[in-house]
Design a protein around this ligand. Structure first.
Ligand SMILES: [Zn+2]
Length: 433
């Protein structure tokens, strides 16, 4: 499938956030051949020895074409729990509502619940996710079958998964297909014994791999870690074990010290912020401005649909900047352009997808088109600010992943009827009542 998109306002995000008027993107298979001005496209095609036949020639009609968003931290299979338990204290929510129901889940339940999440990602312009949940094999099947790009990470803890399984998934899922990949990961310091943490550090060294984990999400978690590890924060304790020799990615990173940030800089550790989840679970506001000042790679995630409850990158982007401004007591903090970079580029880097970060020759064709002919996108003074401050899911006209159009003007192309997916996910939660 070769696609030409023309007459676009183009945000390549290849090193800057400048918008190219009358832009064009040429895609061969799953790879971008060219992204730039229409004149440049003519020039480019003159240099091609074998003419490319376009299967689709899309007139973008002045709409915005840009790299897709990366939902850099989520638990897709938790869609079945959306709005099943809310407005509770975090501990009670987890132990009384979430864990008992998750214990009743089958791998096939997780397969179908993940597909429901994929539908929602596509409507939100998400072209890749970083996933941590149960049954990684079936999640990988769901992602491959529906065409979603997915980086999974281990969620090992004292109650589920193991070093052996992580090693197995690392080998298997990194070779499975072009859409799936796997990273080492633990659920969090507070759910994982010292022995398992040390074994993870050893495995990370052996595989020369970064380690992914929930870290410093709540004040309580940091306090309890200090009690366990002679006053060390989770970041310090894990660093002492040699966990981050090959880097890592922290989910949340709300309650961190200056010394934690030094460790993160030293080991090139990225942070994925989850503002809606942090608000709803009253965890706090992450120090995004400070991370930016320290040059830490930042991505944005929704976290799971039980703690958010929606998988909407537009809402997350607004919250990253809005909450950051409140935290700093400074309306000039965290410019919209920086937030858009986190959502599209930084998130890709935080989850190891460096070939999906921008629209440029040789990059993967993970592309979205946003409607500029909508009231909330007019007038056009500054498109980047429009996307972050007034944009919404309703503006997503098209989502392309790996060169395939999976969502276009409200229609899904994932090989399954959405109504069947809704029905099957409803059946999971009905069974548990
Ligand atoms: Zn999470």
């Amino acid at each position: 499938m070769n696609t030409r998109i023309y007459n676009a306002r183009l945000l390549t995000m290849d090193g800057n956030t400048d918008v190219i008027e009358n832009g064009e993107v040429l895609i061969k298979g799953n790879t971008i051949l060219y992204a730039g001005t229409a004149e440049g496209a003519v020039e480019y095609l003159r240099t091609v020895t074998e003419p490319v036949v376009w299967n689709r020639d899309i007139d973008a009609n002045g709409n915005l074409v840009m790299p897709g968003f990366k939902n850099a931290h989520t638990h897709s299979g938790m869609t079945f729990l959306r709005s099943a338990a809310d407005d509770m204290k975090l501990d009670a929510w987890l132990t009384q509502q979430i864990f008992p129901r998750e214990a009743l889940l089958t791998p096939d339940d997780i397969y179908i619940a993940s597909k429901l999440a994929v539908l929602e990602y596509l409507t939100s312009g998400v072209t890749a996710v970083c996933e941590m949940y149960l049954a990684p094999d079936r999640i990988a099947d769901a992602m491959e079958d529906s065409g979603m790009r997915c980086v999974q990470c281990g969620g090992m803890n004292n109650f589920s998964q193991s070093i052996e399984l992580q090693r197995e998934w690392f080998d298997k899922l990194n070779k499975k297909d072009s859409l799936n990949s796997y990273r080492l990961g633990i659920h969090a310091e507070y759910t994982t014994s010292k022995e398992l943490l040390e074994e993870t550090a050893a495995l990370a060294k052996e595989l020369k791999a970064p380690v992914y984990l929930h870290n410093s999400e709540t004040e309580k978690e940091v306090q309890e870690c200090k009690e366990r590890y002679n006053g060390l924060t989770p970041t310090e304790a894990l660093d002492e074990m040699g966990m981050f020799e090959y880097g890592g990615t922290f989910f949340h990173g709300v309650h961190v010290t200056d010394h934690d940030m030094e460790i993160m800089k030293k080991h090139n550790i990225a942070v994925v912020t989850n503002p809606a989840s942090n608000l709803k679970l009253a965890s706090g506001i992450a120090p995004i401005e400070k991370y930016m000042q320290n040059g830490i790679t930042l991505g944005i995630g929704t976290d799971g649909p039980a703690s958010n409850n929606c998988l909407d990158m537009f809402r997350e982007m607004f919250l990253v900047t809005g909450l950051g401004k409140v935290r700093e007591n400074d309306a000039s903090a965290i410019d919209a352009a920086e937030v858009l970079k986190m959502a599209a580029v930084g998130g890709a880097h935080a989850i190891g997808l460096t070939d999906c970060d921008a629209l440029a020759a040789g990059k993967k064709a993970d592309i979205i088109m946003l409607d500029m002919h909508a009231p909330n996108m007019q007038p056009i003074n500054n498109i980047v600010k429009n996307v972050v401050y007034s944009g919404s899911k309703s503006n997503v006209l098209l989502t392309m992943i790996d060169g395939k159009i999976l969502y276009e003007k409200g229609e899904f192309n994932i090989g399954e009827d959405p109504e069947k997916i809704y029905h099957d996910v409803q059946a999971i939660i009905d069974r548990m009542r």
